[in-house]
Design a protein around this ligand. Structure first.
Ligand code: DUC
Ligand code: ZN
Ligand code: ZN
Length: 471
């Protein structure tokens, strides 16, 4: 009976890049070998009758086992973060190899690689975060790392690790020369500093004041400037976590000029408003992130921008801090907003939230969901073996039960954060089985993976290219 087929997922509604088909998906040696053809013999046969068969999620922006801008380790290790991701249907993640001040880039990447290799339970790649361009060997290390397959870089315009305009332009040039995408956290630092000083002087330091300390104009100005830098250098850029309708409009205008810019938003901008920060005492700190959540008008504009293609991705921006002295309350029991680490967990909830909105409630539908959460991030970031149920690609497969309804509880995620920012939120549609390169890693709520099964994803080249041929 052995035809060399390890797994057949049969009788499901399979979402492929060419449309939805009913039929079988066959897997051998971790790779999809046929889609839509009936395959009767296999070592394992799993029914997907009445279910959706989707590509494993690709989360293109998550902070894992990383130190914050305020010098704090975040709560998750590669092991806990990737377990959480898998439980929510994500099989690949791009996290950060974040350069510490004075550190050679080669050392940064070696450090994160060693830790990820030991702990990761899904596949992974790194954005290299550049904070110190003055270290010895910076340019040659950067060129070597990019050509070794680390095809995305991350820079900041704020957070005490911002680069100057001159440094940003130099990085854009180096990235263009070596073939990397530059991801930018774009908020104007001077606008934020002024707003923060005004609030501190007035004694307004609650979590709700955090939103006032990051005015929307900070994002709008920086996004417009970065779009112009991308245009000037002709360098592909990804604008991270767009939160305002004006910034989305700035991206759309740049794209209309032919500038090679892409942009993402996150579930906490699509489904939350700044009201989440306005809770008694310090409770709102659990939802504090930068940029902050905005308004219902922004939510609508972000959805329109997603559906018209202005925004290409929805990342989690998973940035996990416990609500205790190791995390949000590390500055004492009564910190001001300026002393509280920014970020909320999201690796596990990104896909169920989007499935509920896009498939169950019909905002885009199943094909748009698969494209947004898997195909687009894989293609933009050069994860060439990922992103679709297609012959020859890695068998990263999720079987979704469209009927199962769950209401999130206070502490039901599989990370190490200790709270769920989506407590009370109801979703219909649940990732029932998750396969990583053909291996079952989640079955009906049980995690089956183990540390080290996640593999680094080499990215030999990117699809996101400059407009002009390279000179
Ligand atoms: N904002 C970021 O830019 N990164 C991590 C957390 C956050 O809130
Ligand atoms: Zn950011
Ligand atoms: Zn981030």
């Amino acid at each position: 009976m052995d035809d060399g087929i390890d797994l057949v997922v049969h009788d499901g509604q399979v979402v492929t890049p060419d449309g939805v088909i009913f039929g079988d998906v066959a897997v051998a040696n971790g790779v999809i070998v046929s889609v839509g053809k009936e395959v009767s013999t296999a070592r394992s046969r799993v029914s997907a009758k009445g279910k959706w068969v989707m590509p494993g999620g690709v989360d293109p922006h998550a902070h894992i086992e990383q130190m914050s801008g305020m010098g704090q380790w975040n709560a998750d290790t590669f092991e806990t973060a990737t377990r959480s991701a898998a439980m929510g249907g994500t099989t690949s993640v791009i996290s950060f190899a974040a350069q510490a001040g004075g550190q050679a880039l080669s050392e940064t990447v070696a450090d994160y690689s060693a830790r990820a290799e030991r702990g990761a339970m899904i596949d992974y790649a790194f954005h290299i975060t550049l904070t110190d361009t003055d270290v010895a060997g910076f340019e040659s290390d950067l060129a070597t790392l990019i050509s070794a397959g680390h095809r995305s870089l991350k820079v900041f315009t704020t957070y005490n690790i911002q680069l100057s305009d001159a440094q940003l332009l130099a990085i854009f040039r180096a990235a263009r020369q070596n073939g990397a995408l530059v991801c930018v956290h774009a908020e104007n630092d001077a606008i934020i500093a002024q707003a923060r000083e005004d609030l501190l002087r007035a004694g307004q330091v609650s979590p709700a004041d955090h939103a006032r300390s990051r005015p929307r104009m900070a994002e709008i100005e920086a996004v417009e400037r970065i779009c112009r830098f991308a245009e000037h250098v002709d360098q592909p850029v990804m604008l991270f976590h767009i939160s305002t309708l004006e910034a989305a409009a700035a991206v759309k205008a740049a794209q209309a000029r032919g500038v090679p810019v892409w942009a993402e938003t996150c579930p906490h901008y699509l489904f939350m408003t700044e009201a989440v920060l306005d809770k008694p005492g310090l409770e709102g700190a659990k939802w504090m992130c930068s940029p902050p959540q905005r308004t219902e008008r922004d939510q609508e504009a972000l959805w329109s921008a997603l559906l018209d293609g202005t925004l290409s991705l929805v990342s989690s921006d998973h940035a996990p801090y416990r609500f205790d002295a190791t995390g949000k309350l590390s500055a004492g029991a009564n910190p001001g907003f300026h002393q509280i680490a920014n970020g909320l967990p999201g690796l596990e909830t990104r896909l169920p939230l989007l499935f509920n909105a896009m498939v169950t409630e019909g905002r885009g539908g199943p094909e748009a969901f698969a494209k947004l959460t898997s195909e687009a991030p894989a293609s933009i970031y050069g994860l060439n073996q990922k992103g679709a149920i297609s012959e020859g690609l890695d068998a990263d497969i999720v079987i979704w039960d469209p009927e199962k309804t769950m209401t999130y509880g206070s502490n039901d995620l599989h990370d190490n954060v200790g709270y769920n920012p989506w407590e009370g939120y109801r979703v219909t549609g649940w990732p029932e089985r998750v396969y990583l390169r053909g291996q079952p890693i989640v079955e009906h709520g049980e995690f089956l993976g183990h540390p080290g099964i996640g593999k680094w994803i080499d990215r030999p080249e990117l699809a996101t290219k400059p407009r002009q041929a390279m000179t």
